[in-house]
Design a protein around this ligand. Structure first.
Ligand code: PFF
Length: 439
């Protein structure tokens, strides 16, 4: 069977950016930055994006494009043996654990969207908004409905596969999200007291930098860019042959970082202007955003549009998470006596996702453990292993020649392979050791 592919270059960019841009940028980035010193965190985050982001995205897309396979077959194809097979299991484990808490937060968005639709935040004070968040998320039956809804939406898109589902959704939604964020930036900067928030976000106070800030920034970089768990390997396998790996990687990184940055520029001025605490934790945006909408003209429309787009940004990410597992099941069973087709795999993954969502809803600890473990440890670990594998693979002349595309000269291939072989693994290990407080 011919492998499906994106129909255009922009299709891959938008799908990869759709995977990258999500709750990680708008929900997680501001709250992690708020807890870790604002500007100091931003600085280290940007350093991580440059050191890890661009090379690792390029590496994953290369693995997929070269092998035309998802992680299950790709690592085998690249290494020429089954010795790296376990790495595809690590990718799947990470994807499944992320799904657990990610669908729950997507459920918060859907729930807030439904409230925005009926004008539910009207007249709420800042104190009431915080209490409201606690009350809404503690309502388990309600959250169950709102968290399972995105699981079903994601399954429906996965059911219709690549061109019709993923590509079409991403093309429509990404530009809309950027537009509404720009409108919000302008409104927020006009609020009284907004400048102290901007200063908190843009001014680096080095005394705030602790070992934990490094771990958090690196984890956030991996999480936000969807690196280290095979999502981009999978999407790379659908990449048009003529598309440049290096250009695609830079474009995705720029888009993702822009959205995270805009989220910070929206949230922090509002936090300071309304007297919230920037270290509020996971509820930060859910408390602050409705407060911003109350101040805006067309408050109903802005609220509805924003939560709609946030929900959709989350869905383009969950689609890519599900795709990792669905493609894995398809490939892993292809040569067995019971090969599973795409739709059966989608049903299996849907079942697993529902179980994990219920677990995260009932157990706050599961939610936090999955969130921290995946971003801060499993994704960097996956990236470290892939980086070693690809770094050494590139010593083969045929592989190096493959990378030598337009605009990517032989010396760049050498530098790239050096970075993957030594720099990335060393940096990840260093951050791990640093995080364990060994220095
Ligand atoms: N990058 C997504 C975000 O920032 O919300 C989260 C994510 C999606 C991580 C898909 C991993 C992944 F495979």
């Amino acid at each position: 069977m011919k492998r499906e592919a994106f129909s255009s270059k922009i299709g891959l960019i938008l799908a990869a950016a759709g995977s990258a841009v999500g709750l990680g940028n708008i929900w997680k980035f501001p709250y992690i930055a708020g807890e870790n010193g604002g500007g100091a965190f931003l600085l280290i985050y940007l350093a991580c994006v440059i050191v890890f982001g661009v090379p690792l995205i390029m590496m994953e897309l290369y693995i997929g494009k070269r092998s035309r396979k998802s992680p299950y077959g790709a690592f085998r194809a690249l290494s020429g043996s089954g010795r790296w097979q376990w790495l595809s299991w690590l990718c799947v484990l990470t994807a499944v654990l992320i799904m657990g808490f990610y669908f729950v937060v997507t459920g918060w968005c859907f729930s807030y969207l439904s409230e925005a639709l009926i004008g539910g935040f009207r007249g709420m004070s800042t104190d009431t908004l915080a209490e409201h968040f606690t009350a809404v998320t503690a309502n388990t039956p309600r959250m169950l409905v709102f968290s399972i809804l995105p699981v079903l939406v994601t399954s429906a898109v996965a059911w219709f596969a690549i061109n019709k589902g993923i590509e079409r959704m991403s093309k429509l939604l990404m530009p809309m999200l950027l537009l509404i964020m720009l409108i919000m930036v302008i409104r927020v900067l006009m609020l009284e007291g907004s400048m102290s928030g901007l200063r908190f976000f843009l001014h680096a106070d080095f005394s705030k930098i602790t070992p934990d800030v490094f771990i958090q920034a690196m984890g956030q970089c991996f999480f936000s860019l969807s690196i280290g768990m095979g999502t981009l390997v999978t999407y790379g396998s659908y990449m048009p042959q003529e598309q440049s790996l290096s250009q695609a990687s830079v474009q995705v990184v720029i888009l993702d970082t822009l959205v995270a940055f805009l989220a910070g520029v929206i949230i922090f001025p509002a936090v300071f202007s309304f007297g919230f605490n920037p270290a509020e934790g996971p509820q930060l945006v859910f408390v602050v955003l409705p407060a911003i909408f109350e101040q805006m003209s067309f408050s109903w429309l802005s609220g509805v549009l924003f939560f709609l787009l946030l929900g959709i940004a989350a869905i383009t990410s969950t689609i890519s998470l599900m795709e990792v597992v669905v493609a894995f099941i398809g490939e892993a069973t292809a040569t067995t006596r019971h090969p599973l087709n795409r739709r059966t795999s989608v049903c299996i993954v849907t079942g697993i996702a529902v179980v994990l969502v219920v677990l995260c809803l009932l157990q706050q600890t599961a939610f936090s453990v999955f969130e921290q473990l995946t971003a801060n440890y499993l994704m960097p670990l996956g990236a470290l292993c892939m980086s070693v594998l690809v770094g050494w693979t590139l010593s083969r002349p045929d592989e190096a020649a493959y990378l030598n595309e337009k605009g990517f000269q032989p010396w760049m291939v050498k530098a790239f392979s050096f970075v993957l072989r030594w720099v990335v693994p060393a940096m990840i290990l260093l951050v791990f050791l640093h995080g364990l407080n060994l220095f």
